[in-house]
Design a protein around this ligand. Structure first.
Ligand SMILES: *[C@@H]1O[C@H](CO)[C@@H](O)[C@H](O)[C@H]1NC(C)=O
Ligand SMILES: *[C@@H]1O[C@H](CO)[C@@H](O)[C@H](O)[C@H]1NC(C)=O
Length: 213
């Protein structure tokens, strides 16, 4: 018994990185669901706060890679064979952290949606904290697939080094829609109801929803 665990430890110590990483199952840990559902509650008010409190056709300048939609997820899944869900989830946090920051930056202190955004950002950070804590640190040092790494590098570029051609002008509501839809897609285990298996990753699911409401 003792011998076995000693050798297991040794092996683990020696191969640490190589052993732990592939074994990591890319599933949403159950403790992620509470903060994500709280975030979902905030997002359900996004029309009111992200549309009605802004001028018509108002847009925010974001990085091209901060436009992260369902279509990006399906494209990446096709492009990268055996793409780990966890990689996409990490990217989701990285992208949306920047998106939230950019939206908040354009709002004055007295903007009527500011408290809403501040709360949303707080809830996002809570979810991120739980996400980080519920995975081994090795997971976050894991090398990313090339295309994802490229995206990542672009996202963390100094703003004044970003060429004009890589900026996009997008409405805050549309950014928040992307945020919400991709969250449901990448953490679908937290949002599935008992009876029906919804495909949150399909664009048509959200179209249908819009028609209803
Ligand atoms: C997420 O929010 C939507 C409203 O936008 C709501 O219909 C849905 O039930 C919520 N899901 C969960 C799991 O809380
Ligand atoms: C998503 O796709 C669009 C093109 O449709 C692209 O401009 C954008 O950079 C992609 N986002 C990410 C995060 O890769």
């Amino acid at each position: 018994m003792v011998q076995m665990s000693t050798s297991a430890c040794l092996l683990g110590g020696l191969l640490g990185l190589f052993l732990i990483v592939p074994v990591q199952v890319a599933q949403t840990p159950a403790n992620m669901c509470t903060p994500l559902k709280t975030l979902n509650d905030s997002l359900s008010h996004r029309r009111r706060y992200m549309k009605h409190n802004f001028p018509i056709k108002y847009t925010i300048r974001v990085h091209q890679n901060e436009v992260f939609k369902l279509s990006n997820i399906s494209r990446m899944r096709l492009q990268v064979e055996g793409l780990d869900e966890l990689v996409l989830q990490r990217l989701w946090f990285q992208v949306n952290q920047g998106v939230l920051k950019k939206i908040i930056r354009v709002m004055t202190e007295r903007h009527p949606s500011r408290p809403y955004m501040a709360e949303l950002e707080r809830r996002f950070k809570d979810a991120e904290g739980v996400f980080v804590l519920s995975h081994h640190t090795e997971v976050f040092q894991q090398e990313l697939p090339e295309t994802i790494q490229d995206t990542w590098d672009h996202l963390t570029e100094e703003p004044d080094r970003v060429p004009q051609s890589r900026w996009r002008f997008v409405s805050p509501k549309s950014l928040m829609d992307n945020f919400c839809h991709t969250m449901h897609c990448l953490f679908s285990e937290c949002f599935t109801t008992t009876e029906v298996q919804q495909n949150y990753c399909s664009v048509s699911y959200w179209r249908k929803g819009r028609k209803k409401s």
